[in-house]
Design a protein around this ligand. Structure first.
Ligand code: AVI
Length: 314
């Protein structure tokens, strides 16, 4: 709570104003994100599911695992695990010996996933870990078992490039040579495809973005009037970064009681809430160049919208 208050105070005092996207994910936000993932405009989910369901054998072949050696399959930000279940099933069918360790910030999501796996894959050894990716990183090196780390869904795209660099660098420092990282990323493409994914007709993404203000109202005693803010996504193919903003429709003053502070918004003033980076080989190579990982392979969907990059620890 104190950290939340600090981050919000800092963000709204910035010029231009910002709010961290990690705070989207409370109970209501988790639910809205689930809805986003099943929208027709949000092509990312289907594209990565296609890779996991159609190229499962190829993926397992590329992972180059030893059937005789127990390994750990660690998933950062596991969510509902729908894509991963395709891989888990095939690994079991082929007789691999492994444990699945899903990590997520949401205890809710983990409980649901554990229950689902118990029904569909009752023999699978599942060990859930709740927490922030960065917090969990240090804990993973406790065992010397071979590791495959999954970081899917273009979750890395919500980090600025410098943060992504240091995250993958840290990850490299916490695993052993020949361990694998499978990084699922959305690819740079024209705005006609990307923008609708962040600006759906039903207004689900708008509600997801506005939920941040609702959360500040609820948890910090603020009086944001959600009707006086608009959702505004922006993207250019040259930059390759989808950005989400909340825009004040009018000149207004908002009070945050628990801080004893007021914040003024001009008509048309923007709060930057999220970045969703899109990638290509050059962007990804620049991100991993100072880390201990090297690029081994890339699997894409038939439309070429999404890629799962296989990185190997040098
Ligand atoms: C979780 N993350 C990869 C999503 C994305 O595409 O950046 C979050 C999201 N924001 C708006 N729509 C979906």
């Amino acid at each position: 709570m104190e950290q939340f208050k600090k981050d919000i105070q800092l963000g709204l005092s910035n010029v231009p104003k910002t709010l961290p996207s990690k705070y989207f994910y409370n109970k209501k936000g988790d639910k809205l994100f689930q809805e986003i993932m099943s929208m027709p405009e949000y092509y990312l989910t289907n594209a990565e599911f296609e890779i996991f369901s159609q190229k499962t054998k190829e993926l397992i072949h590329l992972l180059n695992l030893d059937k005789e050696r127990h390994f750990e399959l660690i998933e950062l930000g596991a969510g509902d695990g729908v894509k991963t279940i395709e891989l888990l099933k095939e690994l079991i069918t082929q007789g691999f010996n492994f444990s699945y360790l899903p990590v997520d910030i949401s205890a809710n999501a983990l409980a649901g996933l554990k229950e689902k796996l118990h029904i569909v894959l009752p023999t699978l050894d599942v060990r859930t870990k709740q927490g922030d990716y960065f917090e969990v990183l240090a804990g993973i090196k406790e065992t010397k078992k071979p590791k495959v780390i999954l970081f899917l869904g273009s979750n890395i795209g919500n980090m600025l490039d410098d943060k992504a660099k240091s995250f993958i660098y840290q990850l490299g420092k916490n695993v052993l040579p020949d361990d694998k990282l499978l990084l699922g990323v959305d690819l740079v493409k024209p705005k006609e495809v990307v923008l609708p994914a962040y600006n759906d007709k039903q207004g689900i993404t708008k509600a997801f973005n506005l939920n941040l203000l609702d959360r500040i109202n609820e948890e910090l005693g603020a009086d944001f009037n959600l009707d006086e803010f608009d959702h505004q996504p922006e993207y250019t193919e040259e930059e390759g970064i989808a950005k989400s903003f909340l825009v004040s429709k009018i000149h207004q003053v908002v009070t945050i009681k628990s801080m004893g502070k007021v914040f003024a918004f001009k008509a048309g003033e923007k709060i930057h809430t999220e970045i969703s980076r899109k990638y290509n080989d050059a962007i990804l190579n620049n991100i991993i160049k100072e880390t201990d990982f090297k690029l081994k392979e890339k699997l894409t969907d038939t439309k070429g919208y999404f890629a799962d990059y296989l990185l190997v620890r040098k």
